[in-house]
Design a protein around this ligand. Structure first.
Ligand code: MN
Length: 236
């Protein structure tokens, strides 16, 4: 039996469920069975998670800043209230229930907010001397470097303490709550990854490894770590 990994999705303007296929391909390549989760009512989160062995929070638009106590600044982009409510409920429940979580891009932001942290609503207008984090190069292109904390789980998973990653975000983790810790940074100091030391596997990455692993197998490793952790939830 292979672990089921739920992948969150969005709804487009024509009411179609949307999620880039690269997430499912990466989970499959890592040995899991991907299942796409539609946006449901937040109260469904415990039931949904009871069927899953891992949760992958996918990328997307901005998180509503009201969830971390702020009103919207001019640089805030589009928000999706139903998706925010469902993903935050799923993430909080997964943290309670010990379900492995991998958050990607928006997903690291959802993870950080679910755990009680805050975000930059718009990096370029809220921080000085930031790098270009919204690359215009191809999706797979390694745009900037990240420094990975030696001794972190992420460093153990990747086997390196420096990597080159792609970058498609204008928001970022700001204050990391207790329970999470920052474990990777861009050269401008922007937090690029967090993890929860007290959990089996809870990690968020600001980059998009699902766009990179076909060219560099280093980037399949976070998915493999999620699937490996998910195996511990399988019935014996
Ligand atoms: Mn970046």
């Amino acid at each position: 039996m292979l672990p089921l990994i739920g992948i969150t999705s969005s709804v487009d303007e024509e009411k179609r469920i949307r999620v880039p296929a690269g997430y499912a391909a990466a989970v499959e390549a890592a040995g899991g069975i991907p299942v796409v989760l539609p946006v449901l009512k937040p109260e469904r989160a415990p039931e949904v998670l009871s069927h899953l062995h891992g949760l992958l929070l996918s990328g997307g638009v901005d998180v509503d800043p009201s969830y971390y106590g702020e009103d919207p600044l001019p640089g805030l982009g589009r928000i999706t209230p139903e998706r925010d409510a469902f993903e935050l409920a799923l993430t909080r429940r997964a943290l309670e229930a010990g379900v492995p979580v991998l958050g990607i891009c928006r997903g690291v932001q959802v993870l950080n907010v679910a755990a009680g942290g805050t975000l930059y609503q718009d990096l370029a207008s809220q921080r000085e001397r930031v790098l270009k984090h919204s690359q215009e190069a191809p999706r797979w292109h390694e745009s900037h470097t990240v420094r990975v904390e030696p001794g972190s789980r992420l460093a153990a998973i990747l086997g390196v303490t420096e990597a080159r990653v792609n970058s498609f975000h204008h928001q970022a983790v700001r204050e990391v709550p207790s329970g999470l810790r920052a474990v990777a940074w861009a050269p401008d100091g922007v937090i690029e990854a967090v993890e929860a030391p007290d959990h089996r596997f809870v990690m968020g990455l600001q980059w998009h490894p699902e766009e990179m692993w076909r060219r560099d197998r280093l980037h399949l490793k976070p998915f493999a770590a999620l699937v490996e952790a998910a195996h511990s939830l399988l019935p014996r």
